[in-house]
Design a protein around this ligand. Structure first.
Ligand SMILES: [Cu+2]
Length: 395
């Protein structure tokens, strides 16, 4: 029943920041990709450091020895009274939350819906906390990459162009043939497998099973390729859809800014403490649906905990029946699930990793329920934010 896609979905949903229209020739010619500041040519986006090369220093680096980022208040030296330059980053975590990329669709002669995207791998420096810059590898210039959203039963095509100076792939979680798996050493005969710089490949497979999934690069060394930022959420809606809700995507990630195989910054959607500075506005007594994905590298588990509330949890989103009613869920890397909840009371409600170390290094945020004008500053947010990076009150 893929014919039942809505009008909205059938419109070519070209969003700001998408790379529609970019050709491989333009890319190889060094032209700026759409969504990247026009003045910056591709050659300027390309990092000079290979995996085997000496790691680029994050600026400013965490003070002290190479691996004291997890101890005490060393991170208080990050950057006082500074904010992340989202414009320079080219993406904004508040906008990323509800930014679903439906690609472009058309109906095939068979009546089936074909849904297509164009994804370009780009090397790009991003700011992951105030003053903390990181040489990221990205899909379409952002971390996480675009949230690709389809409907169960559709035919999907992802046109992947490697504009990075390193080999990459797109490996989707889902059910598909080995040739379409984005796995180096498999699929090369079909033009797939490992995609070298300047090369491209089109992945094609069915949208199945419904749920919340992910995609990421699968080139070795895998931890390095993933942790650099090559991942994104991949949502397949059930044919009948899900009930109306305020939907958002949270990709739990982290950044090893000094390349010591341990993270210095933890976050949801890349920028540490972003949702402390800008609480997520939601309506009271209205359904909220969170697509939660853990891509965190170098740490075995991650978790999500909400204050003053409980949620229904649907592991991997592959069943319409929740398995749990709880306030905390644990995910290993690549585990993901759907959270459904409503906020019965106005106020500011914290959410954070219940791995306290992560929470204090950026993986913390707030939901703001009701009119912020009536609530004033979030005192707790201010305290929390002062702790590591001295950002001050979000009011
Ligand atoms: Cu890669």
């Amino acid at each position: 029943m893929p014919e039942d896609v809505t009008e909205k979905e059938l419109e070519p949903a070209t969003k700001a920041g998408a790379t529609s229209g970019i050709s491989r020739r333009r890319l190889l010619g060094g032209a700026a990709a759409v969504g990247v500041p026009a003045a910056i040519g591709l050659n300027q986006l390309v990092s000079g450091s290979g995996i085997g090369a000496a790691p680029a220093a994050a600026e400013p680096t965490v003070s002290g020895s190479a691996h004291d980022g997890h101890d005490g208040f060393v991170h208080a030296t990050f950057a006082k009274d500074r904010a992340v330059d989202h414009k320079r980053n080219g993406f904004h975590p508040t906008e990323l939350l509800r930014d679903f990329d439906y690609g472009k669709t058309r109906r095939l002669a068979s009546g089936r819906v074909l849904r297509e995207w164009e994804i370009v791998a780009q090397d790009r420096e991003i700011e992951v906390a105030p003053g903390v810059r990181y040489e990221a590898w990205t899909y379409n210039g952002r971390v996480p990459g675009p949230t690709l959203r389809a409907r169960e039963g559709e035919l999907l095509r992802i046109h992947f162009i490697n504009g990075s100076e390193h080999p990459h792939t797109m490996h989707f979680h889902g059910i598909h043939t080995a040739q379409m798996d984005g796995m180096p050493g498999i699929g090369e005969a079909a033009g797939g497998g490992q995609i070298e710089p300047g090369e491209s490949f089109t992945y094609e497979f069915d949208a199945t099973p419904f749920g919340v999934h992910l995609y990421h690069c699968h080139v070795a060394p895998l931890a390095a390729h993933i942790s650099r930022g090559l991942y994104g959420a991949f949502i397949i809606d059930p044919k009948q859809g899900r009930p109306e809700a305020d939907e958002m995507v949270m990709v739990m990630n982290g950044f090893d800014t000094n390349f010591d195989l341990s993270n210095e910054v933890y976050a949801v959607n890349t920028v540490g403490f972003h949702y402390v500075d800008e609480p997520i506005q939601v309506q009271r007594a209205a359904p909220v649906r969170i697509y939660l994905v853990n891509v965190l590298e170098y740490d075995p588990i991650n978790s999500f905990h909400i204050h003053g509330n409980f949620f229904h949890y649907f592991p991997t989103g592959t069943s319409l029946q929740p398995t749990e009613f709880t306030d905390t869920v644990i995910q290993g890397q690549a585990q993901r699930g759907i959270l459904e909840l409503e906020f019965p009371y106005d106020g500011d409600y914290m959410f954070h990793a219940h791995v306290s170390e992560f929470a204090e290094l950026g993986w913390s945020g707030f939901f703001r329920v009701g009119d912020p004008g009536d609530l004033g500053a979030a005192a707790a947010a201010s305290m929390y934010c002062d702790l590591p990076w001295g950002k001050g009150s979000p009011a």
